[in-house]
Design a protein around this ligand. Structure first.
Ligand code: FCB
Length: 429
């Protein structure tokens, strides 16, 4: 490999976070509710970003990043059903203004896993009629923020939320029920379609999408039951969402309903990519449709126990090419205490993005997860995903070497040759 890798001049090089994971003091959502019951690690003050966002944005600017994906916390804005907290909205407006002052493009997520407690008490995503509550929230928040936002992400990882909450039962409300998995996924996708309509009505030029977590599923052996289990996992986790957006077919166990509002209701693909799963057929794994994932047995794994498989990002991008929509990598990152490993992780994944660009895949940006270390859902504060280290006692931020390294890529729109040489050796092993 000779020379450096170049990216388009207007490519977005940013980072991503979400409200509950960084803000601190979120006490009106379902995560907090279960944290109090000791079913989840406590987020507490998290990174105290609700107070320190000005510093964070200043730091992003200094580091040279030109985009930032974050989420607005529904429960903070609407802590009770009839209540609308304008001070909370004002804080988000201030964040957006600061981003603009520094020429950082905001990507705003409207739903990133957490829900107001009042919404959950009414049955949450299990009930179709509750989609209206979310739609009302979207209507209001879009009205308030529309002056400052062009790129909107409706729902983060609908299939992950549905699976973790109603399939594996690791996220609230900790249920294990395949019927509910499909039902909740269906409602989240309908909620996306509603939000899409509302945002586009506010301004046709807005770019609206959802963030889809794509995982590669590979059969453990060349054996038909392993292949079947891997295909089924791919179908229920990845293709359900693709089919909904492309064909207007909603997921279901036996009956798949047509829902024309969702067909084509997206302007770009938001791709969250982390890993692949090696799948073995296991008749006891009913909740995951007989797929057992043999995670963490690859050559290199992260502190989350996830296999590192950069080539999978290229595979996803090439798969999406046929839909002829722009793509933004809305999340990609690594939990590690070894910052050199993080640097190579970024280089190796950006190399795959670059390869896809060479194949004329319309990739417009890359958001590293995450800007700062933060609260990782069921794992608490242990995993270190951040380009910037956080001291959870003093809330001091300390940019790691990778933060500066990524900034250089963002500013020069290229990866230098010696890093390619050093890191890609591993890709080509
Ligand atoms: C994704 C989530 C994000 C973060 C990363 C590590 O699935 O969207 O909030 O937890 O995983």
């Amino acid at each position: 490999m000779a020379g450096s890798l170049e990216f388009p001049e207007n490519f977005l090089f940013g980072t991503a976070t979400s409200s509950h994971q960084i803000e601190g003091g979120n006490v009106y959502n379902d995560w907090y509710y279960w944290e109090l019951k000791n079913k989840l690690p406590k987020a507490g003050m998290a990174c105290n970003s609700w107070r320190l966002y000005g510093k964070d944005i200043g730091l992003m600017a200094k580091l040279g990043y030109n985009a930032y994906r974050f989420s607005v916390e529904w429960s903070r804005i609407q802590p009770e059903i009839g209540e609308w907290r304008s001070e909370a909205v004002k804080t988000y407006v201030d964040m957006l203004k600061k981003l603009h002052e520094h020429s950082i493009e905001p990507l705003v997520t409207l739903h990133h896993f957490t829900n107001p407690i009042w919404f959950i008490k009414r049955g949450g995503w299990e009930r179709e009629e509750n989609i209206d509550y979310f739609a009302q929230f979207v209507e209001k928040i879009v009205e308030e923020l529309k002056e400052y936002v062009r790129i909107w992400i409706t729902v983060n990882e609908p299939a992950v939320l549905a699976y973790m909450g109603w399939g594996s039962g690791e996220y609230p409300p900790f249920k294990r029920d395949a019927f509910l998995y499909f039902k909740v996924l269906k409602h989240l996708l309908m909620a996306h379609a509603e939000a899409y309509k509302i945002i586009k009505n506010a301004d046709k030029k807005f770019q609206v999408g959802l963030a889809k977590h794509f995982t590669i599923f590979q059969p453990a052996k060349n054996y038909f039951l392993d292949k079947l289990a891997a295909d089924t996992a791919n179908g229920s986790f990845n293709l359900t969402v693709v089919e909904a957006l492309e064909k207007g077919v909603l997921p279901g166990v036996f009956i798949k309903k047509k829902y024309k509002e969702i067909r084509g209701a997206y302007d770009f693909w938001g791709v969250n990519y982390y890993t692949r799963h090696i799948i073995r057929f296991n008749p006891l794994k009913i909740m995951s449709l007989f797929a057992e994932s043999l995670d963490g047995r690859g050559d290199e794994v992260t502190d989350m126990g996830w296999d590192i498989y950069p080539q999978g990002l290229y595979e996803v991008l090439i798969f999406l090419k046929k839909y002829k929509k722009p793509i933004i990598i809305t999340e990609n990152g690594i939990a590690t205490r070894d910052d050199d490993q993080r640097i190579c992780f970024i280089v190796r994944h950006l190399y795959e993005v670059w390869r896809a660009l060479k194949e004329n895949v319309d990739v417009r940006g890359y958001m590293y997860w995450s800007f700062i270390d933060n609260y990782e859902w069921t794992s608490g504060f242990k995993p270190r995903f951040g380009l910037v280290e956080v001291d959870y006692v003093s809330f001091e931020r300390k940019p790691r070497k990778s933060a500066f390294f990524y900034g250089k890529i963002a500013m020069n729109k290229q990866i230098e040759e010696d890093y390619l040489r050093r890191c890609l050796k591993i890709n080509q092993k």
